[in-house]
Ligand binder design. Structure first.
Ligand SMILES: Nc1ncnc2c1ncn2[C@@H]1O[C@H](COP(=O)(O)OP(=O)(O)O)[C@@H](O)[C@H]1O
Ligand SMILES: [Mg+2]
Length: 186
């Protein structure tokens, strides 16, 4: 079965957004429709009323899951890039989306690596105490116990990560055709 929802979970800076866009581009090259639901973007609109408490994070995951379902129902592969730190929240969304094909991908890199990348300067701010509830620093991250796929972004290139996920999601041809066009230098 081809997965309709590819859910990327992991620390800030692990590579979720980068990998999500790469997966989308590879799917589109192979004639599929894919759309990225990025937690950072959604927080400015759909989820603008939510903060980073555990209850708000749970609601965030639930809402993004429902949008993913709508996309899946109209034949678009939803690629979700969302820290989604809580095991139980992800278990609930999986249950809700099982029937459209749900793949949980653990996008992983050691905290030190994510912190060194510090793509958005958030770790520095969190270490200075300016960001309460920042995942990995002042808020917990619960890694998947048995993820459907784990990609180590500190050890594998973006292209390798993209191919691995596409393969597991049932898009072998897209994986084979993956050019790595968006992965220059990685
Ligand atoms: N294999 C890889 N997959 C994804 N990103 C990678 C990889 N290797 C290095 N990176 C880099 O790591 C950073 C990840 O940032 P980003 O995608 O914004 O993370 P997140 O969305 O998880 O916060 C980017 O600068 C990206 O270029
Ligand atoms: Mg991101």
């Amino acid at each position: 079965m081809m997965t309709r929802v590819i859910w990327l979970t992991g620390l800030s800076g692990a590579g979720k957004s980068t990998l999500a866009r790469s997966i989308r581009d590879a799917l589109q090259l192979d004639g599929h429709r894919g759309h990225v639901l990025d937690g950072d973007d959604l927080r400015s609109g759909l989820c603008a009323d939510l903060g980073f408490s555990m209850a708000d994070r749970a609601e965030n995951v639930r809402r993004v899951g429902e949008v993913a379902r709508i996309l899946a129902d109209v034949g678009v592969v939803a690629i979700v890039a969302l820290i989604s730190p809580v095991l139980r929240d992800r278990a609930l969304v999986r249950e809700r989306l099982e029937d459209v094909g749900f793949l949980e991908v653990y996008v992983s890199a050691p905290l030190e690596v994510c912190e060194t990348r510090d793509v958005k300067g958030l770790y520095a701010r969190a270490r200075q105490g300016q960001l309460p509830n920042f995942t990995g620093v002042s808020s917990r991250y619960e890694p998947p116990v048995v993820p459907d796929v784990e990609v180590r972004t500190d050890k594998m290139t973006l292209r390798e990560c993209t191919e691995r996920v596409l393969e597991r999601a049932g898009y072998s041809r897209a994986a084979r055709r993956c050019t790595g066009a968006t992965s220059a230098g990685l």
